[in-house]
Ligand binder design. Sequence first.
Ligand code: HEC
Ligand code: HEC
Ligand code: HEC
Ligand code: HEC
Ligand code: HEC
Length: 267
Amino acid sequence: MGNFFPRWTNWLPLKLAVAAGFVVFGVSLAVPYYFTPKYTRVGYQPSQPVPFSHQIHAGQLGLDCRYCHSFVEASGHANVPTNQTCINCHGPGKGNIKSNSPKLAKVIAAAETGKPIEWVKIHKAPDYVYFNHSAHLNRGISCQSCHGRIDQMEVVHHAEPQSMGWCLDCHRNPEKNLRPLEQVTNLKYDPAQLDRSAFYQNLLGKGIAPAEIAQSIDPSRSAANLADLVSLAEGRYGKQVTQLEVGSQLKKHWQVQPPENCTACHR
Ligand code: HEC
Ligand code: HEC
Ligand code: HEC
Ligand code: HEC
Ligand code: HEC
């Protein structure tokens, strides 16, 4: 008798085993994926009841974040604005901007009935996590560090992972993100555009001794005045102000110490 089964069938059991292996492997990857809530994934972008664009309002029009998210600096929770804020500009007989646009029909109807628009929540920490906005903003952490360039987004999406590792990454090295308080809602902020002399003058104005400021620029040198500090910093960081320069000064002089112990975030 000739060979009834073709030769390749000898490999069949092995192929099946390999295929089964891939299936098991695939499922083990997929399970945590399906059980991870959608709102903790980078890129998560639900659709909203009204096509509100941050790119228009915060980008082109240049409205400050706090015009709408008015509690963000004072409270643990950021708020989404009420219809009244929109109506100031879009309301018929008030701002009248595009008040006949179909894209605004829901906003105008909602203002008349007093029923709020049900915006879909995009960022949400699990219930067992304690998070506070004002504690971050008042320590020089910008919206941008956690939400990305919202001012360029047509529709808001997750720019950052929002995971525990992500929180801890910044808590361990806050100098990478600290900026002067007046810059926290400036999403176009670039440390290279800061005026070095004004930056150090500001620290001196808080009563910090020049020698102490010099310590974080170059521990082997000292400084007696503003001019010394500026030339020390130029030697160390170059012509333009850098994030490391700003961050390490602010960390030291504001005594920034983000918590890493479990009970700080899980109370
Ligand atoms: C004209 C009002 C307005 C301004 C100005 C504004 N926002 Fe918003 N923001 C909204 C509205 C309305 C929503 C809810 C709808 C949406 O997600 O687009 C929102 C949603 C958000 C969200 C998502 C909220 C969630 O559910 O997780 C973030 C983050 C955010 N804004 C950040 C910013 C930042 C940062 C700025 C400043 C650069 C800013 N916003 C400026 C009105 C505004
Ligand atoms: C400071 C004034 C101002 C506020 C406050 C404001 N808007 Fe606007 N909005 C504008 C301007 C200006 C435009 C651009 C109009 C244009 O394209 O000519 C616009 C455009 C829009 C559009 C697009 C309309 C279209 O037909 O293209 C929508 C939708 C919208 N806004 C929703 C909102 C919502 C929702 C809020 C409240 C959370 C809000 N706006 C708050 C000024 C404002
Ligand atoms: C240190 C990181 C961090 C910074 C800085 C930060 N946010 Fe958030 N934001 C978060 C987290 C985390 C959540 C989810 C919080 C929750 O579920 O309690 C959130 C949620 C929000 C929400 C949704 C609130 C709601 O209840 O629907 C808005 C709006 C928002 N942030 C706006 C802002 C604005 C505007 C700024 C800057 C002025 C800012 N955030 C700065 C991390 C941050
Ligand atoms: C980009 C940097 C950054 C990120 C991201 C960040 N933090 Fe912080 N966090 C800080 C800084 C800076 C402080 C202030 C420390 C101080 O005051 O000395 C702080 C303080 C805190 C505190 C103590 C203040 C308070 O409210 O009791 C808690 C809790 C906290 N963060 C939780 C979180 C959680 C939860 C996340 C992630 C969802 C997070 N942080 C993400 C920088 C960050
Ligand atoms: C800076 C804030 C912060 C600190 C400190 C922190 N956690 Fe978390 N933790 C979080 C956040 C935010 C989440 C939610 C992550 C998510 O939704 O993906 C989380 C999630 C968890 C989870 C759920 C499982 C998971 O990974 O999703 C466990 C368990 C946990 N943390 C344990 C701890 C322990 C133990 C410590 C101390 C060693 C600790 N955490 C310290 C912020 C923190």
